[in-house]
Structure formats: C-alpha cells, structure tokens
Design a binder for this molecule. Structure first.
Ligand code: HEM
Length: 221
C-alpha cells in the first residue's frame, strides 16, 4: 500500500502503525541508502566506522531511555516501554569490547548526535514524540538492525561481543514482538492532531539519523 492508497477520510482512519510505516517510507529509503550505510553494509569500511556508529548510539539511547524511564509513569506511555528493548547496557558492553575499558573517555560525540540527543531531551517525554522516536529506533533495530548485524559478522569478523546492541536476548522472534508493539501504538488514545504530530516527529527522527550517517560518512567514507 502506498501513501496514495491510504483509506479516504470517509473510510475507517488508518491506524497509527500504518500511518508511521507509510508516512516514513521515503525517509526510510533515504536513511537506508546513505553512502555511509551502504558502504558499511557492503564491507567497504572497517571496525572503526562501526565503533564510531556504536559510540553515537550510546548517546542517542542514553537520551531515549532516559525518556522511557519518565514516560512509563504515564499510564499510556507505560504501554510502550519494554525492558527487553533496553539497549544502553548492550551498547556499553560493545564499546568496552571495541574500544577498551576506558571507552567512556575515548569516544567522541558528533554534532549530528548532539542535535539528535537535544531533540530527544526536548520532546521525548511527550507521549506522541516518545512514540515516534521509540518506534523509529526499536522497530528499526528489530528489522533492518538484524540485517546490519549479519553484515557486520560477515564483513568485519565481529561476533556476539561487538554486536550485543543487535542481539535481543529476551525477544527470540522479532515478528510477533513487532506485532505487539504495533498493537500498542494503535491502542494509544491520541487525537487526530496528535497522530499527525507523531508521524511528523517520526519523519524528523529518520532525518536526524540520516544527518548522523552523513557526518559519519564524511569521516569514514
Ligand atoms: C541498513 C539499513 C537498513 C536496512 C537494510 C533496513 C531494512 C528494513 C527492513 C527490511 C524492514 C522491514 C521489516 C519488516 O517487514 O518487519 C525495515 C523496517 C523498519 N526500519 Fe529499517 N532498514 C535500515 C535502516 C533503518 C534506519 C536507519 C532506521 C531508523 C533509524 C530504520 C527504521 C525502520 C523502522 C522503524 C522499520 C519498521 C517499519 C514498520 O513496519 O512500521 N531502518 N527496515
């Protein structure tokens, strides 16, 4: 289904999960095809490039998961917070392996990451913005993230030690989990205006990721 074929206004309105998927399709395609992502996935870069991405993700998930901790105090927000998705401890493990025990003082955070983090800290505790950012990252990690994991194993010889971020020990099958996550999104009691805001924020979340890939590309490609 394309954006043009979404139900017309007199039909049942499209669910939030469908609106998110359709609404961010062009941004997804753009993020997926940036030079950095294509070269990293194609084996043309090196472990240093992957490590730099992991360092940026450390800052991003720190801010996202800080928002998760706050939003779970809200009855609706709590329905979107799953402990099994938490990524910060996994990224810490990866960085300790990839950089060494002094990783926290060795990594540097890029301006595009700072901008992404600032946005998360600014809006992340609003229900619609949280839904948008959590959807963009976690459903992405459970989808394309699994392809990235296989490519990192294949091209750069990484194993479980450097790839904990992409390994969801408590989610043995991504598909049923993603279905539950979409049901939770669709059960949120949001106004039309909030639904539109959520889709707009998810598009922004994708653009923030693309801007980060552009910066990583300028360094590593
Ligand atoms: C290497 C780059 C990427 C590849 C190969 C890729 C691939 C995919 C694939 C195959 C799916 C569909 C999975 C399914 O049907 O369940 C998907 C879904 C998704 N991806 Fe990506 N992706 C990439 C990058 C990204 C990035 C950078 C983001 C955002 C930060 C992202 C966010 C998402 C989201 C949110 C979904 C769920 C769509 C939905 O069903 O609503 N992806 N991706």
């Amino acid at each position: 289904m394309t954006a043009e074929t979404l139900p017309a206004t007199d039909a049942a309105p499209a669910s939030l999960s469908l609106r998110l998927r359709e609404g961010t399709r062009p941004e997804h395609e753009q993020a997926e095809t940036t030079g950095f992502v294509e070269k990293l996935m194609g084996g043309e870069l090196d472990v240093a490039a992957y490590t730099d991405l992991a360092a940026q993700q450390y800052a991003i998930y720190g801010a996202l998961e800080q928002a998760s901790a706050q939003i779970r105090d809200d009855a609706q927000g709590a329905t979107l917070v799953f402990d099994e998705l938490t990524r910060t401890p996994s990224i810490e493990k990866d960085l300790a392996f990839l950089v060494g025990s002094d990783w926290a003082t060795e990594i540097r955070i890029l301006p595009a990451t700072e901008a992404y983090v600032a946005r998360l800290l600014e809006v992340g505790t609003s229900l619609s913005a949280y839904a948008a950012h959590a959807y963009t990252r976690y459903l992405g990690d459970l989808s394309g993230g699994q392809i990235i994991k296989r490519m990192m194993e294949r091209h750069y010889g990484l194993g479980p030690d450097g790839l904990a971020f992409y390994t969801f020990d408590e989610i043995p099958k991504a598909k049923p989990f993603k279905d539950v996550y979409r049901e939770r999104l669709d059960s949120l009691d949001l106004t039309d205006e909030q639904i539109a805001e959520t889709v707009e924020e998810a598009k922004l979340a994708f653009r923030l990721n693309s801007a980060l890939f552009a910066e990583l590309g300028a360094i590593h490609c």
